[in-house]
Design a protein around this ligand. Structure first.
Ligand code: CA
Length: 253
């Protein structure tokens, strides 16, 4: 079964490149040149992912993403002409999964598509709607709904308890860990973590995230030296390890 990918992009030359690159990698891409045509296609065909241009002739990709989100949890990869056009925070808030700045190499595109699909499939079973929800839904504000029994979040007090012990976290560490806990297994890029944790993401650097992750890890290890709850994904970012995975002791709380 070839995963079907919907491309919503008004420039034929870019669409051609996308179609070719995705076909070469074993996907079944379909191209729509406007947002409205894309929405109509989404209603007819079961796609695995949408590649969505931000500058479309009949509206903004952000707006179309909102409409898509209202109906479906399908992963969305934004395409943007300039990095300045891509508001990372907005893109993340309205449910985008990742973005690529033009011009990009076909290999870059297919790598991103595969990473998003891997991520969404790793989170759940067969149904894409369910899978997508697990990947995209914003962190739940209510601690009991979190699928991470080892962590208990008290949003009102900005406090997180790990294995029954309260962590002494800085503001940024709290925000980073809170984001990771919201969707265990989801890989967040450094940019996404910055968008979640910093008021002005552009003012920081990737190293800032790395430094806070390092200190978070040290604090978690003080409580359980045998376990590293935060996983590094080389070239991609970080995720919280899903509890119940191999080696995890689910019932030792
Ligand atoms: Ca365009």
């Amino acid at each position: 079964m070839c995963p079907k990918i919907l491309i919503i992009e008004d420039e034929p030359a870019i669409a051609d490149t996308l179609l070719y690159a995705l076909r070469t990698e074993g996907f079944e891409p379909q191209w729509c040149a406007t947002g409205e045509a894309g929405l109509a296609a989404l209603g007819r065909v079961g796609f695995a992912l949408v590649v969505l241009d931000i500058g479309l002739p009949d509206g903004s990709g952000f707006e179309f993403c909102k409409t898509i989100r209202a109906r479906s949890a399908i992963p969305v990869l934004f395409l943007t002409a300039r990095s300045s056009e891509m508001d990372r925070v907005v893109g993340l808030e309205i449910g985008g999964d990742d973005y690529l700045v033009k011009p990009f190499s076909p290999r870059e595109l297919t790598a991103r598509v595969k990473a998003i699909l891997r991520r969404s499939q790793g989170n759940s079973g067969a149904n894409f709607a369910t899978v997508g929800t697990a990947v995209i839904s914003p962190p739940s504000p209510a601690a009991p709904e979190l699928p991470t029994p080892n962590f208990v979040v008290d949003d009102a007090r900005c406090r997180i308890t790990y294995r029954g012990q309260a962590l002494d976290l800085t503001r940024y560490e709290f925000r980073l860990l809170r984001t990771l806990i919201g969707q265990p297994g989801r890989v967040y890029s450094r940019e996404q973590l910055m968008a979640a944790g910093w008021e002005e993401p552009g003012a920081s650097f990737d190293r800032t995230v790395d430094a806070h992750i390092k200190s978070l890890r040290a604090k978690l290890r003080q409580i359980d030296p045998t376990k590293d709850s935060i996983q590094t994904h080389r070239g991609l970012g970080y995720s919280l390890k899903e509890e119940g995975a191999a080696g995890d002791r689910r019932n030792d709380q």
